[in-house]
Design a protein. Structure first.
Length: 276
């Protein structure tokens, strides 16, 4: 009955989008308390209502930043599921409720009471369920649209040149090789390292230039994938993908080299590797 809770779950928002979401959540709490005035807030003066509601919104935003940017990258793993994420959101809401109760005790000089702490936690869970539910709908709708686009993509036509000349944007360079032998490319400042396999021997060649220029020179060979600002991999050498979207890595054959994947490219990497 609850098997859907065991389904894999992962958010792929960029840090910028995540910040927008957290600020929107905090703004929602502020506006909700200020305009609806629950818990006897209507008995306070207008200026007090404004600053107390603003305090709740700021505390909510602060707790969310701590959880999303400091704790989540350590806690969340590749086995993260929808059920775990719901429990995680409940924990976050509970922490917000506890922090807001401490805030109330401080500004009104109230004695700490466990019953009222539980009430504050329960209230935070109820109020927070509104934007959290909306966020779940947004995430699933985004994934649904992504799945539709993926289903509409025709099968790749694998095209290889017999030889490619890599200059990485520097006309003085002339590195010739069969692109099938390239395992990956990586950049370091103004240099590009090309890692190739010949038989069982791995070779590294470094030339002066940019990875962006090298990517352009490999554009006819669609088996190459830019997975990170500093890395391009050959899909034919990919063994598997490990990690969650926040710390995803590509493991390459035959040496087991692990290549990092940018969070912004995680969906594209998963899509391309599934289709190979």
């Amino acid at each position: 009955m609850f098997s859907f809770l065991k389904k894999p779950y992962g958010e792929t928002d960029t840090n910028r989008n995540k910040i927008y979401s957290l600020l929107t959540f905090g703004l929602f709490i502020f506006l909700f308390l200020y305009f609806f005035k629950p818990f006897g807030m209507s008995q306070l003066k207008s200026l007090q209502q404004l600053f107390i509601s603003l305090g709740f919104g700021l505390i909510t935003t602060f707790i969310l930043v701590v959880f999303k940017f400091l704790i989540e990258p350590v806690v969340i793993s590749e086995k993260w599921t929808l059920g775990k994420n719901i429990l995680w959101d409940v924990l976050i809401a509970s922490s917000i409720g506890a922090a807001n109760y401490v805030y109330i005790c401080i500004i009104f000089s109230l004695d700490f009471t466990f019953i009222y702490l539980l009430f504050s936690v329960w209230t935070a869970i109820l109020v927070g369920s509104i934007p959290v539910t909306i966020n779940y709908f947004i995430v699933f709708n985004r994934k649904y649209k992504s799945a539709l686009k993926e289903a509409a993509i025709s099968d790749e036509i694998i095209y290889w040149e017999n030889e490619v000349i890599l200059r990485a944007g520097n006309p003085k360079n002339e590195f010739k090789t069969n692109p099938k032998n390239i395992v990956y490319l990586c950049s370091n400042d103004n240099y590009v390292t090309i890692v190739t396999m010949k038989g069982v021997t791995q070779n590294k060649t470094t030339i002066r230039g940019t990875l962006k220029a090298a990517e352009s020179e490999l554009r006819k060979n669609i088996r190459f994938l830019r997975c990170h600002k500093c890395y391009i991999v050959n899909l034919d050498f990919v063994e598997r993908v490990t990690g969650h979207n926040q710390n995803m890595k590509i493991k390459l054959l035959p040496t087991g080299t692990e290549i990092p994947v940018s969070r912004s490219r995680a969906d594209l990497v998963n899509k391309r590797i599934k289709k190979r």
